[in-house]
Design a protein around this ligand. Sequence first.
Ligand code: HEM
Length: 256
Amino acid sequence: MKKQIKSINIFDKSKYHKMIESPEMLDYGVYLQCDKLLGCQKPISQLATADEMQFQIVHQVEELWMKLICFTLVDILDYMYQQEHHRVITLFSRVHLLQRMMTNQLDVLETMSPKEYQKIRLQLGNGSGQESPGFRTLLKLPSDMWACFKTIYLDEGKISVEQIYDSEYVHDHRYAVAEAMIEFDEQLQLFRWRHLLLIHRSIGLGAKSLKGRPVELLQSGAAKRFFPELWDIRNTMTDNWGGEYGKFRPSISGKS
Ligand code: HEM
């Protein structure tokens, strides 16, 4: 049982809500267009549940990170053509950081109870994550990324993925860029698997209304590799080593 607290008006909630929604704009706020930014969420008075604020903000922030990721990837493609390899690698590390942030931020949504989410779900109309503008653009970029990598690093350099990784391995700029591409691919898969677990936790993956298309679609998306040549070389190398050293190696403990 909650004990009733007699004193009232310890703080003025509506005053704070007003400050949160329409704070004073000084130069910093004007430059960042904070008035527009803070106006992009539903008014507090119209929220279906207090959790709707975090739901909207996490999704909006994710869209902003995807905007920056896509913009940076386009720059990377440009720098690939200019053969500015150090820029390519530095910008890829920015993209990887952004991708990790995107994945980590999904944690925030797991602080919301499944019950609260049901109230928010009703607000979405037919909206679905598949319609995310940032994600749709992001999915278009890997085919151009591979075409650029192939033209600039493989065809122009007259070298194959096998040579870069194995028979002529020198850990040069081509190897570094290939590994940056693999990291991008892996981070995209990690986001998709993490997102699947988020769905598992908030609406369940076995729900009857979800059986079939959405779950299959999400699982096949999460298993997708955008640069299969860069993944397959690892299998080839391991099989070659197996052929060279044999599949079974002598035990070093003498027990296995
Ligand atoms: C409680 C939170 C969330 C739930 C319950 C949820 C649920 C779902 C479901 C069921 C789908 C499958 C398509 C459909 O039937 O709508 C989906 C797709 C998707 N969602 Fe979410 N989602 C959540 C949060 C997020 C967040 C924060 C993002 C941020 C970007 C996001 C991005 C996506 C994307 C990009 C897809 C398409 C997936 C793909 O192609 O692999 N979702 N989501």
